[in-house]
Design a protein around this ligand. Sequence first.
Ligand SMILES: Nc1ncnc2c1ncn2[C@@H]1O[C@H](COP(=O)(O)OP(=O)(O)OP(=O)(O)O)[C@@H](O)[C@H]1O
Ligand SMILES: [Mg+2]
Length: 213
Amino acid sequence: MMLGKFITFEGPEGSGKSTQIRLLVERLEAEGVAVVQSREPGGTSTGEAIRELLQHDAAGEPLGDRSELLLFTASRAQLMDRIILPALENGAWVLCDRFIDSTMAYQGFARGMDLATLEAINAFAIRGRKPDLTLLLDLNVEAGFRRLDERYAKGAETHDRFEQEGNDFHTRVRDGYHALVEREPARFRVINADRSIDEVSADVWNAVKEALL
Ligand SMILES: Nc1ncnc2c1ncn2[C@@H]1O[C@H](COP(=O)(O)OP(=O)(O)OP(=O)(O)O)[C@@H](O)[C@H]1O
Ligand SMILES: [Mg+2]
């Protein structure tokens, strides 16, 4: 049996990751590809419990940087072993909303933790199996927050811990992503996300076809 392909979506808050992953799942399924969709932190029962802890200080005390990092990577290790690696072995394609590059961008470039340490912890969590393709949805910080404000205006969702960080933090996240692209240009495709949902999804589809089909 052919091994599946592994695609991750990255980008700043509100850049359209969840929207575009949903559209790509539909498109791939229409092509007859078996697809497994997941997200980080989360994707397993343990991971979803960790997500609660991470997003709203759910345990009632502030999280230190190292604890935050290790919770993210614990969720990732669990997801890797229980969902991603078995799915790829079975020939399914795996699409994941955030993955190792979020750790590098948020904990590394934005929080200032040592990049080489983060790379080693990431490699350990994922057993060295990096994504075949990473789509970076690139959007400026203000535009992303405008979109999230519209999303919140419609529903009861509240801002998570990262969304409460300031503009400087999120600018470091965005710039960090670009630094990651320079380090591994073959794995990334940068998509201009400051366009309509349909225009972005057309680019996503072209990138996937060109890189993997
Ligand atoms: N190309 C687009 N143009 C305008 N609005 C968009 C576009 N893509 C997504 N949106 C809207 O912007 C909001 C954020 O999109 P989405 O939730 O897909 O982003 P995200 O990257 O997953 O955000 P988060 O980082 O919070 O998970 C949603 O309300 C969505 O409907
Ligand atoms: Mg999302």
